[in-house]
Design a protein around this ligand. Sequence first.
Ligand SMILES: [Zn+2]
Length: 298
Amino acid sequence: MMPGVVLRCRSLSATNWLVVLVCMAVVLSAAVGCSRRGEEADVTGNTVFTDAEAEQTSGARSITDHATEFETALPAPEAGDLDWSIPAHYRGEVVRNRVRYFPHKLLALTFDDGPDAHITPQILDALADHGARATFFILGRRAEAHPELLQRIVTEGHALGNHSYSHPQRTTAPEAQSELDRTDALIADAAWQKPTVYRPPYGIVDGNLTWAALARGYAAVLWTISSADTRSIDADTIARNVIYTPNPGDIVLMHDGAGHQATADAVPRILRELGDAGFKFVTMPELLRAWDTWQAEQ
Ligand SMILES: [Zn+2]
């Protein structure tokens, strides 16, 4: 090719040579320009993409930081919220003991086996009167008939926990999944989120149901104080069982299932007397977060 070009070039006049040289210079310059613009475009594109990614990452980081701050902040019992998050190290764990030496006068009242159309509203009224929050470990089979009660529990700032669908003592592995699924779905319908806490029926932690709940990342929460309200005792006795024993950070077992009128009668007194003693009543996720915050400070 080159000899042909050179031969043809030899036949050109000086003026034409000049024209050819100028044209070549223009073409070369254009080619270099294109190349540079391409590089710039590439660089710019990459830079923009990287910046966008960095912004996204930094945005995500700040959201995470915020969530972490929120998770580890001391709970504000005066303000209702729907934050059911629990610290990572409680996920998939059985909670059976209060954190030792926990100094903050927080209590988690927990109500099992509801909701009940007669008992649960009385307890909700008492909680509202005292600006207290609690946790309701519901049975799916009871909740199905009362979606409005689940809604009320959630909108009034309390937490819902999974207590299975039908309160079985033992299940097969597939039955355990179904028990949790059905109750989770009812909770999700009311609260737009899944529960993070589960209470084993009968307190049985070595069975398929609890193993399945732990595998889902729920904290399997037992209790540190029992009101003993499943026995046939009157409201005063139930109240005394709770009022005379609490330490800061305790988890109190009570029941709002059908027939637990004595519990409903005891709750206002418990809230009043322990409130006067300086206790605040928080949800189970709030208590776990408060335990976690305090432990992190030690
Ligand atoms: Zn139960």
